[in-house]
Every structure is written in structure tokens, then in C-alpha cells.
Design a protein around this ligand. Structure first.
Ligand SMILES: Nc1ncnc2c1ncn2[C@@H]1O[C@H](COP(=O)(O)OP(=O)(O)OP(=O)(O)O)[C@@H](O)[C@H]1O
Length: 335
């Protein structure tokens, strides 16, 4: 397995595309010890991957955010920015994107930190003549159905994706909020996410969550419009491992939408005339945030458990494919 990991890792080293891929290995949890862990596995992953950007288990949320804060910041310059968290259930995707206790300072994840950074920067940019407005939305894609995480679970509204023009994607009935209120609603959104029990993680999220911040900046020098999209992808484990038979349809939809995401990246990299955005709700929703006009970063989250080694390898293979994708230089949306 280590030999295999080495070969995947060396692909990372030689083939850098312009979708950046960062790897984060979560620490061991007290509950992991029951599984007869072999600690050397963690060091193996770190060792073989230490020549790309790998965040070892001890990396704090602050350290992780420091490395992506520039790309987040570029959304204020008019670039569409998308950041994904990919990995098996329980590998730390939600921890990375949201944090375990939303809004608790030291463990805050990327979403609240990004919003705070936007707030702070806007104050500075105001002195330079820029005025920004932000509106946020928080959606979930569960079994190819869109749900709005900013409205109560009991409110049933149908959401459809529409493309009124080639550079606009609309979701019907989507709720937008001023960014001042969205931080406290991250907590509600977290509670509203669809969860189901799997053998691997009792509170496993079975949905993609998509946080989008629409940014409009006005100044005498010009205007910018952009979208910062932060995506916590569904767990990537293969069907045979989750063993939730009654959820077979759900797991198939999950696997299908994740492989379609990979397919979109590959089509973009190959400069194919047809990119299969419409094959899944996720890629259709993100159509304008992926591709040559945007900056894309993917975290591949890894569990240190020995029993997760196969899934870790699988995640690294996917990340390796994504890492090879050269999709062109990002262009700012400025007028
Ligand atoms: N870097 C970390 N430091 C400390 N604890 C972590 C870290 N990453 C993850 N954890 C813990 O590991 C457990 C699983 O993490 P998390 O829920 O983020 O996984 P996930 O990949 O989002 O799973 P799911 O697919 O079910 O959403 C949680 O208890 C979380 O608090």
C-alpha cells in the first residue's frame, strides 16, 4: 500500500495543474483507538507526501487558513474562487470547512474565517474608495435534490437551477442573507444538514453543502463582481465499505456526483468542447465557478486510521487526477 501511495504522491510532485490540491491529515481521535491503530500509517502518509502542501495532524485551523487566505482575498479583486473539501466520511471535511463548534474562535473553520477576513478587508478598502456588498446563501445537495440550509427544515420549497444567461446561474427560491447575519446562521445550517447513520460515522453527512458569498464592489475606478464558493463534499467512500444497504440509492447518487465532478475537471483540462456540467446538480450549480475564469482549490482530507488506508489511497488518486488539471489562467470580473 505504501508503494502505491508513493507512486500517487510522486505524480503530485511532477504534475502541477492550476487547480491547487492541499492534503490535510486529521489527528487520531480517542474513539479511533478502539480500532487497533497502527500509528506508523500516519507518518507514512506524511513522509510520502511531504513534498506537496500537506497539513499534518497537529495543524491548527489558523495555520490552514493562513495558506488559503490569499486565494480567499482574491475574491475581493473580482476572481471567482471555489474551495472544496474532499474525502471519506470522518476524515475532517466539515471540521476544515466549518469547524466543530461554529463561531468558536480558535476552532473556526474556513467559512467563518473567510467571512471575517472579508469584513476586515472591506474596512481597509473603504479608505481606498471601494464599497462592497455581500450576500450569502447556503445550500445542500442531497440525493440530487437541492435544499436551502438557511430556511427551516419544515419549509418545503422546490429549488431548480436556471441559467438565464451564459454567465449567470440562479437557484429558484434560494434565500440570500446579508453577511452580517449569516455567521450565526452557519449553526442553523449545520443542524439542517441531512445526516444518516453509517457504520463509519454515526453523524455522517450524506450531502454536499455549498456556501456561496456573492460579492459586488464599487469604486470610481471600476466595479467587480465575484463569488466565493466553499463546498463540503459528501463522504467519498465506496459502496461496499459503508454497508448501509437501505441507502444504496443514496450512495450511488453520491458516487455518481463525485465522479462527475472529476469528469468536469478532466473535460476542462482537456479543453473539451463539451463539459458535462449538467450531469449532476453540484456541477450545474457551480458551472460559473469552475473553469478558466476561476481559482479552484481542493482539500483532500485523510483519516489516519489504519483501516482507512484503502479509502485514503482512493482519495489521493482522485486528488492526483484533479491536480493534473490545467484549466487556464483565472481572469477577474472587472469593469
Ligand atoms: N484537524 C482536526 N483536529 C481535531 N479533530 C478533528 C480534526 N479533523 C476532524 N476532527 C474530528 O474528526 C471527526 C470527523 O470529522 P468531520 O465530521 O469533520 O469529518 P467529515 O469528513 O466531515 O465527515 P462527514 O462526511 O460525515 O461529514 C469529528 O469528530 C471532528 O471533530
Amino acid at each position: 500500500v505504501i508503494k502505491c501511495l508513493l507512486s500517487v504522491a510522486s505524480e503530485f510532485a511532477h504534475l502541477h495543474g492550476n487547480i491547487r490540491v492541499f492534503c490535510r491529515v486529521r489527528p487520531l481521535l480517542p474513539s479511533d483507538h478502539a480500532e487497533n491503530l497502527e500509528h506508523h500509517c500516519i507518518s507514512s502518509i506524511e513522509e510520502v507526501l511531504n513534498f506537496i502542501r500537506v497539513f499534518p495532524p497537529c495543524s491548527s485551523q489558523e495555520v490552514v487558513f493562513e495558506d488559503i487566505s490569499l486565494i480567499v482575498q482574491s475574491a475581493l479583486d473580482g476572481y471567482n474562487v471555489s474551495i472544496f473539501a474532499y474525502g471519506q466520511t470522518g476524515s475532517g471535511k466539515t471540521y476544515t470547512m466549518e469547524g466543530p463548534h461554529p463561531l468558536q474562535d480558535d476552532t473556526m473553520g474556513i467559512i467563518p474565517r473567510a467571512v471575517h477576513q472579508m469584513f476586515n478587508s472591506v474596512v481597509e478598502l473603504k479608505d481606498k474608495g471601494w464599497k462592497y456588498t455581500f450576500t450569502a446563501s447556503f445550500l445542500e445537495i442531497y440525493n440530487e435534490t437541492i435544499r436551502d440550509l438557511l430556511v427551516d427544515k419544515t419549509v418545503k420549497k422546490e429549488h431548480k437551477i436556471k441559467r438565464p444567461t451564459s454567465n449567470a446561474v440562479h437557484v429558484t427560491n434560494r434565500k440570500y442573507l446579508n453577511v452580517e447575519t449569516v455567521l450565526s446562521l452557519i449553526k442553523i445550517a449545520k443542524q439542517n444538514r441531512a445526516t444518516a447513520c453509517t457504520r463509519m460515522n454515526e453523524s455522517s453527512s450524506r450531502s454536499h453543502s455549498v456556501f456561496q458569498l456573492k460579492i459586488e464592489g464599487l469604486s470610481k475606478k471600476g466595479n467587480i463582481t465575484s463569488t466565493l464558493t466553499l463546498i463540503d463534499l459528501v463522504g467519498s467512500e465506496r459502496i461496499d465499505k459503508s454497508e448501509s444497504r437501505d441507502r444504496l440509492k443514496e450512495t450511488k447518487a453520491i458516487n455518481c456526483s463525485l465522479s462527475n465532478l472529476g469528469g468536469v475537471f478532466i473535460a476542462l483540462a482537456n479543453k473539451d468542447t463539451f463539459v458535462p456540467y449538467r450531469n449532476s446538480k453540484l456541477t450545474y450549480l457551480l458551472q460559473n465557478c469552475l473553469g478558466g475564469n476561476s481559482k479552484t482549490l481542493m482539500f483532500v482530507n485523510i483519516s489516519p486510521k489504519n483501516s482507512s488506508f484503502g479509502e485514503s489511497l482512493n482519495s489521493l488518486r482522485f486528488a492526483s487526477k484533479v491536480n493534473k488539471c490545467v484549466i487556464g489562467t483565472a481572469v477577474a470580473n472587472r469593469k
